[in-house]
Design a protein around this ligand. Structure first.
Ligand SMILES: Cc1cc2nc3c(=O)[nH]c(=O)nc-3n(C[C@H](O)[C@H](O)[C@H](O)COP(=O)(O)O)c2cc1C
Length: 323
């Protein structure tokens, strides 16, 4: 069994600021996934929900890749008989999942932050994206960008964006995960590289000046609005409870939707600010009318765009944990 390949596929998952907050270990047919809290984001993600969503994305990639090579996965969330908090995946021999399309999409999927071309996603494909959420612990709301229902969502995005970019700690944390030069990108193999953010590579000192001079709250808010209007739909992922297991399930569900989109030639990107700022998340929750335990935690736009350069990933030796 090629467990190294399965773990490699897991690491191609998205993660907040590309922190890659995971470690893995392998013992015969059992793979453990551990949260790596040294890579958490205390300002933008103080309760670590985004960290667990990222782990859910990695878990889903691993399971899809295992299914493709004939293994059925049994997942134990945070088993009590393990020394450390982890997710335990036991691979059995008898799987034969029909996952070819989404499996192939794992190595191609990317967060695409560019302006999209405004083309509408056909209803059949919107339905395929909706159907890709196979987990009953997660609800999905879809907003079409040519529908009037999008307007309050855009206002929540702009309001949250202004709050974030007026917060020095948020900007500091963001800058700490930006990789401005090629050298930084090559050395760290994590974070947000200049090219995926749409900037040229520059030395770090210059990058910091550019961010502080040109990235202003109002400008960012109106850029987000344009990005949304250039997209076809937005999808809001809502956990039916607000706990670690449901956060992971949101990640699993989102990853399946993102891979399905990729397989259909549809681009996606996070427009996650209204889920990150608690006061706006509460307003958003009231606006869409969720029940007491439900929590809207991911907001994604979908549409059509040219591919961008890929985000780096750390090598296997940095993410494997000795048993
Ligand atoms: C939980 C979560 C939250 C994210 N939030 C944002 C966000 O607010 N803005 C953004 O541009 N990208 C966001 N991303 C996308 C990551 O930055 C992206 O996955 C990472 O940089 C790796 O790039 P890739 O998805 O192209 O592999 C988020 C991803 C995850 C999993």
């Amino acid at each position: 069994m090629n467990t190294q390949k399965l773990i490699h596929y897991a690491t191609l998952a998205p993660s907040g600021h590309n922190t890659q907050p995971w470690k893995f270990s392998v013992n015969e047919n059992v793979i453990h996934i551990y949260p790596d809290f040294s890579r958490c984001l205390p300002v933008v993600d103080p309760d670590d929900h985004a960290l667990y969503i990222s782990l859910g994305c990695a878990l889903e990639n691993l399971i899809i890749a295992a299914g493709q090579i004939g293994h059925k996965s049994i997942v134990d969330y945070f088993p009590k008989d393990e020394k450390e908090e982890c997710i335990r995946v036991t691979l059995n021999e008898n799987g034969n999942d029909d996952v070819e399309d989404i499996y192939r999409a794992i190595t191609v999927r990317q967060s695409n932050r560019s302006m999209y071309n405004g083309k509408e996603i056909p209803d059949d494909d919107v339905q395929k994206l909706r159907d890709a959420n196979v987990y009953d612990t997660v609800n999905i709301n879809i907003f079409k960008t040519n529908d009037k229902d999008i307007e309050p969502i855009i206002e929540f995005v702009k309001e949250a964006n202004r709050i974030q970019f007026n917060d020095k700690r948020f900007v500091q944390e963001l800058i700490s995960w930006m990789r401005f030069s090629k050298k930084e990108m090559r050395n760290r193999k994590d974070g947000l590289t200049a090219e995926v953010m749409g900037f040229p590579f520059v030395p770090r000192w210059l990058g910091r000046i550019i961010i502080k001079t040109f990235v202003k709250p109002e400008r960012e808010a109106s850029k987000c609005e344009k990005q949304i209007r250039s997209s076809s739909i937005m999808m809001l992922f809502i956990g039916k409870k607000n706990d670690k297991k449901h956060w992971m399930d949101i990640g699993r569900s989102f990853e399946r939707v993102a891979l399905t989109a990729t397989s259909l030639g549809i681009a996606h990107a996070h427009i996650n600010m209204p889920c990150e700022v608690v006061s706006i998340r509460e307003k958003l929750a009231r606006h869409i009318g969720v029940t007491e335990n439900e929590e809207p935690l991911l907001l994604i736009r979908f549409g059509y765009a040219k591919k961008l350069p890929r985000s780096p990933r750390r090598p296997m030796k940095e993410i494997m944990k000795p048993l």
